[in-house]
Design a binder for this molecule. Structure first.
Ligand SMILES: C[S@@+](CC[C@H](N)C(=O)[O-])C[C@H]1O[C@@H](n2cnc3c(N)ncnc32)[C@H](O)[C@@H]1O
Length: 262
């Protein structure tokens, strides 16, 4: 039995989906509320997003930015490319990707939470990002064609999936040969005990579902992708007391990763 399967057994996946949807509904509609994690422009700039890139996209998408790291330098998006953002939230990274691939490119944002999709779509329409589409789907099953993407990006999302391997298999399926998976996510130094993985609130806050870094890399490679770069993002930290406690005990941290489909 793999570690990932054990994790799935220890959490009620139906309850977890409801919890995640409820938390990210609030992120979309009430971004200045109380969360375990930081959000918004100050966070984005601290993580490494260029102010000029942020100035070029809708400010409301930045208010609801709940990512955990910067990875666009690893993604190396080029004009005309097709990009899929797994867990696009209120759309910030999809809009940044759209600025990089230009009008001849295309970006598809995938998310399961209606309020996030509605907000991102409204902002897309008002700002005229015609090359961006937001699509309601699970990141484990996007419905997109095989080998159709030049790059798959994701920020702070895969840790929320009950079975990370399913997400990485989906990314590998939709990437073309030599396509890139570039993401930021939360991982741990040591495997989390059940008391943490069974806590749906900590899971939805991007902690309870975090895999040990070695297991995370192994899950990407098991999907047939080659991990080329891993770096830590010490600029990211959780803000609530319970989240900070778990962080220091288990080495919960943000990393940015680049993997390539052979
Ligand atoms: C931490 S937020 C990050 C959003 C965005 N990437 C950002 O940087 O602001 C996680 C997002 O992933 C979505 N999500 C979580 N699990 C998902 C799944 N299995 N399928 C589709 N969307 C999912 C949530 O609805 C939420 O919008």
């Amino acid at each position: 039995m793999t570690v990932v399967t054990e994790l799935k057994k220890s959490v009620d996946v139906v309850a977890l989906e409801q919890k995640v949807k409820s938390m990210y509904r609030d992120v979309a509609t009430n971004p200045h509320g109380d969360f375990h994690f930081e959000m918004g422009r100050a966070l984005a700039e601290r993580l490494g997003y260029a102010p000029t890139d942020l100035d070029a996209i809708p400010a409301e998408s930045i208010d609801s930015f709940a990512g955990v790291g910067y990875y666009f330098d690893l993604a190396q998006l080029k004009a005309g490319e097709i990009v899929v953002d797994l867990g696009s939230g209120s759309g910030m990274d999809a809009f940044i990707a759209a600025s990089k691939v230009g009008e001849t490119g295309r970006v598809v944002g995938i998310d399961m939470t209606d309020e996030q999709l509605e907000k991102a779509s409204r902002l897309r329409d008002s700002a005229g990002f015609d090359q961006v589409a937001y699509r309601k789907a699970y990141i484990e099953s996007t419905g997109l064609p095989d080998s159709s993407a030049d790059a798959v990006i994701s920020n702070g999302v895969v840790n929320l999936a009950a079975v990370k391997e399913n997400v990485f298999h989906e990314a590998a399926r939709i990437l073309r040969s030599a396509g890139r998976l570039a993401l930021a996510d939360i991982v741990t130094d040591v495997r989390l005990p059940e008391g943490i993985t069974c806590d749906a609130t900590l899971w939805a806050a991007c902690i309870g579902g975090a895999l040990q870094i070695g297991d995370y890399i192994a899950a990407i490679e098991a999907a047939g992708l080659k991990v080329e770069h891993v770096r830590q993002n010490p600029e990211y930290h959780f803000i609530s007391d319970s989240a900070q406690g778990a962080t220091s005990r288990f080495g919960v941290k943000s990393v940015s990763i680049l993997a390539v489909k052979p």
